[in-house]
Ligand binder design. Structure first.
Ligand code: SF4
Length: 196
């Protein structure tokens, strides 16, 4: 391990780990390049897998805002109606532990996930269906609450010069709570409809 590099927490699926709910990944080559250019070392975490849900797992979404989930006022349910709130919160807590153990003060997280989404995350809409809505997922919210600087990454970029989705979103901690770029929500026609 190169101790001259700055540790940063990264959604494991962005690094190519096959930990998505469907067993796939969101490998992002541009993120790799950006981390190297900034002298950052990726510390991977998949909160849903680590929280006890394993991979693959049913798609899931929040019934309210992440802050409400963490406060016990909303839940996370999967496509079968199973309550997986405890696993999502456990995964968020583990992500904070991993960040603290590594000394990471910044995180790059996969957009739209009900765990990792930053500008947007999957929640139930008024019609009872899941859709990406503004606001962070459970882990992103927990990391923000812990004081980390959190950036949303679209994922799956091959090269910045040929990519139309290279504008990552960012949400910083309480020192700059308005830094969120809402425009990233649902960007990209190739984006899966549910991407835990
Ligand atoms: S976006 Fe989903 S698959 Fe990727 S690290 Fe987060 S919880 Fe895991």
């Amino acid at each position: 391990m190169d101790t001259s590099l700055t540790p940063v927490l990264v959604s494991a699926c962005l690094l190519g780990r096959a930990c998505r709910y469907d067993g796939g990944h969101n490998r992002d080559v541009v993120l790799d390049e950006q981390l190297a250019a900034r002298g950052e070392r990726a510390v991977p975490v998949c909160p849903e897998d680590a929280g006890g849900l394993g991979t693959p797992r049913p798609a899931a979404w929040m019934t309210g805002a992440a802050a409400e989930v963490l406060a016990g006022c909303a839940r996370v349910v999967d496509v079968h109606g199973r309550d997986v709130t405890a696993q999502f919160v456990a995964g968020a807590d583990l992500a904070v532990e991993v960040a603290r153990a590594a000394g990471a003060r910044r995180a790059y997280l996969k957009e739209r996930s009900p765990s990792c989404g930053v500008a947007a995350s999957h929640r139930v809409n008024g019609a009872g269906a899941s859709e990406a809505q503004s606001g962070p997922g459970v882990t992103a919210q927990r990391l923000l609450d812990a004081g980390l600087e959190v950036h949303g990454v679209e994922g799956r970029r091959v090269h910045e010069d040929h990519d139309e989705h290279h504008h990552d979103t960012a949400q910083r901690n309480a020192a700059d709570p308005n830094a969120q770029e809402q425009g990233a929500t649902n960007r990209g026609s190739d984006a899966p409809r549910n991407e835990p």
